[in-house]
Design a protein around this ligand. Structure first.
Ligand code: 6R9
Length: 635
């Protein structure tokens, strides 16, 4: 018997030990007993850290949508699979049963086929949080097309660079989206992006806001009439466990987007297994993850993990502040949500509004609260615990990444005693290690270091699309035989982990990972800018906000600085999206550099955080005098 559902702390330790003593046997049992395969694997795991090659369930054949949909039809056909809560609370929520979802996915899959999409083709999805987003993701998986979802807050330039990077043939979008009281012209953004994407053959457009949009003859098609005519049955393509399921872009240390590739078999097994245990999902529960499907959290824990377990998964189109700051709690009460999974930035924003927005609603249905995306600070943790969980619902602070595919370090609710700001213990099968600056593993407790994982796990990303070397360099070169996460962490006296934050060039703003390089590239495009450096600084709600240090060319010196600031932020909005805008821009004569010409961000970070007494040694700089100049002119 496999250990699919862990219910006690003692059991966690037993299963954990089993999973690391013999990982292959452990994962084989889970995979065999809880999923449907068309053909079994010849080998559970083969790997080579030095080549960054990892294969799970090699030669096995399956289709993930049969595991997420077809197999539930007999037992749960009439159960709600997706519960869609629209932006406008006056609009009725939509309960999509497993049977209906199966039919809608099949129809959508047939539309994709009609438009020439085949197994292995890449389809970009640029949609708001409406049912068509989940349905189109699953429709791609049904026919073996690779989905590449682009968060619908990205700009046209970001969209076109992602489309071109993965050679997508099709874009799926909508006429627009609702966001609180605003509407966004998504199709207009796509039109702009497609000026520069020769590979795109067709665009499918879902109707959402009923706005007048441009439809290009022969390229753009309204989705609804095609779906109406489509046949409601579509055989699931037989896929290899190691075929790509999707590409999802994440920020890196260069301006080029990093398309993380996840494959089917291992991802399915791991997301399903983590979902079941981290949320302790039971049959009649209503689970809600507030993330957008444009991020990994939505892929793994709105779509695949929940559906593979036959769960009811809420999909919310709107924002936490509309029509007021009680909206999340209104939804919890209305749908009797049992598990609620959100991000610290949302918790902080809601906490700031005061308790009256929470107190108005009956939150007694809640059993488990989750947090993801960035470290949760102590104050936010307690607010969540007291006001939302009423000190009865365990908080699972789940640490993981786009690259890891699923949750890696987390409490198991009702088993692991929680501790504020600690993600606690590794999930089953996960072997963390803390490394020092010399590349040695730091053993024992009450230590701090760089977080690595020293054994493969089923949901790890397999490569970066079109650039395996970059995958190897980024994740497997810092330390031998280990995956390097880019995060720092500490391990306390009992072995609990606390993630301390990024140790690389990624800054997490409101839970969104932003690479400094692409933002600096955008700023440097401004004709008056000579050089720039971005750092994060603490922010009440966003966690971090962006501080830009910019040096100007001679031509810029005389320009009005406020105008320049606006132009710089406009460039960032155009190239990346409004999420990457700078809160502060300081114009400076120079940037502190090492003798090898590297910008010393450590110093800039301290200045931005107003910790000028902690600058450390600046004497080794090439230009130490510039530091005082920057301090004297802090924005
Ligand atoms: C799932 C997701 C990954 C980065 C990660 C880390 C930060 C995520 C966290 C956390 C502290 C947590 N992060 N969860 N830090 N505690 N519970 O967010 O993926 O968007 O790729 O971000 O987010 O820095 O390395 P992704």
């Amino acid at each position: 018997m496999s250990n699919y559902h862990i219910k006690q702390f003692e059991e966690y330790f037993q299963v954990y030990r089993k999973s690391v003593r013999n990982p292959e046997q452990f994962w084989e049992e889970i995979a065999e007993e809880h999923f449907i395969w068309k053909k079994k694997w010849s080998n559970v795991l083969s790997y080579d850290f030095s080549k960054a090659e990892f294969k799970w369930f090699e030669d096995a054949k399956l289709n993930i949508t049969e595991n997420c949909l077809d197999r539930h039809l007999h037992t749960k056909g009439d159960k709600t699979a997706l519960l869609f809560e629209p932006n406008n609370p006056e609009e009725e929520a939509e309960h999509i049963t497993y049977r209906q979802l199966h039919e809608r996915v099949c129809k959508f899959a047939n539309v994709l086929k009609d438009k020439g999409i085949k197994k292995g083709d890449v389809v970009c999805i640029y949609l708001p949080m409406i049912p068509e987003l989940a349905i189109s993701v699953l429709a791609c998986a049904r026919i073996g097309a690779i989905h590449s979802v682009i968060f619908a807050g990205f700009s046209s330039t970001a969209v076109s660079s992602r489309i071109n990077d993965c050679n997508a043939k099709m874009v799926i979008t909508s006429d627009g989206s609702y966001r609180g009281s605003k509407t966004i012209d998504l199709k207009g953004i796509v039109d702009e992006a497609l000026k520069d994407t020769p590979g795109i053959e067709s665009v499918l457009v879902a109707k959402r806001i009923h706005s007048e949009i441009n439809m290009e003859e022969g390229r753009d098609f309204w989705l609804e009439p095609l779906l109406e005519e489509a046949y409601a049955d579509c055989a699931a393509e037989v896929m290899d466990a190691e075929d790509p399921l999707f590409i999802l872009y994440t920020s890196g240390s260069t301006g080029k987007p990093k398309g993380m590739v996840h494959t089917i078999g291992g991802y399915m097994v791991y997301t399903a297994y983590t979902f079941k245990n981290v949320f302790q999902y039971r049959d009649n529960d209503v689970y809600w993850c507030t993330a957008d499907i444009g991020w990994i959290t939505g892929h793994s824990y709105i779509v695949y993990g929940p559906l593979a377990n036959g769960a009811t998964s809420v999909m919310f189109e709107g924002v936490p502040s509309y029509p007021d700051y009680g909206r999340f709690w209104d939804i919890v009460e209305k749908h009797k949500v049992t598990q609620f999974y959100t991000a610290p930035t949302a918790i902080r924003a809601l906490a700031k509004q005061g308790a009256e927005f929470v107190e108005k609603y009956d939150l007694s249905s809640l059993k488990v609260l989750g947090s993801v995306g960035e470290p949760i600070n102590e104050e936010a943790w307690h607010w969540y615990d007291e006001n939302v969980g009423k000190k009865k619902s365990p908080i699972v602070d789940t640490w993981w990444q786009t690259e890891t595919g699923g949750i890696m370090i987390t409490p198991i609710p009702f088993s692991t005693p929680t501790k504020p700001t600690y993600a606690t213990l590794p999930f089953i099968g996960i072997q963390p290690a803390l490394m020092d600056e010399n590349g040695e593993e730091i053993k024992g407790n009450q230590v701090e270091g760089r977080l690595c994982i020293k054994f493969p796990w089923p949901a790890m990303a397999r490569t970066i699309w079109g650039n395996h070397q970059r995958y190897k360099d980024t994740y497997f070169s810092a330390y031998d035989n280990k995956y390097f996460t880019g995060d720092g962490a500490l391990r306390d006296e009992v072995g609990y982990y606390r993630i301390t934050g990024r140790v690389d060039d990624v800054i997490i703003v409101s839970g969104h990972n932003l690479g400094t390089a692409p933002i600096e590239d955008a700023i440097n495009e401004h004709p008056a800018v000579s050089e720039s450096a971005i750092v994060g600084f603490p922010h009440d709600i966003k966690g971090n906000a962006l501080y830009g240090y910019v040096t100007l060319k001679d031509v810029g010196e005389s320009r009005n600085h406020d105008n320049l600031r606006m132009e710089i932020n406009q460039l960032i909005t155009d190239r990346i999206g409004p999420i990457a805008k700078l809160d502060k821009v300081q114009f400076t004569e120079g940037l502190p550099k090492t003798r090898s010409g590297k910008i010393m961000r450590r110093i800039l970070r301290k200045i931005a955080a107003n910790e000028i007494d902690q600058l450390g040694d600046t004497s080794t700089l090439l230009n130490p005098e510039v530091v005082q100049h920057i301090i004297d002119n802090v924005k």
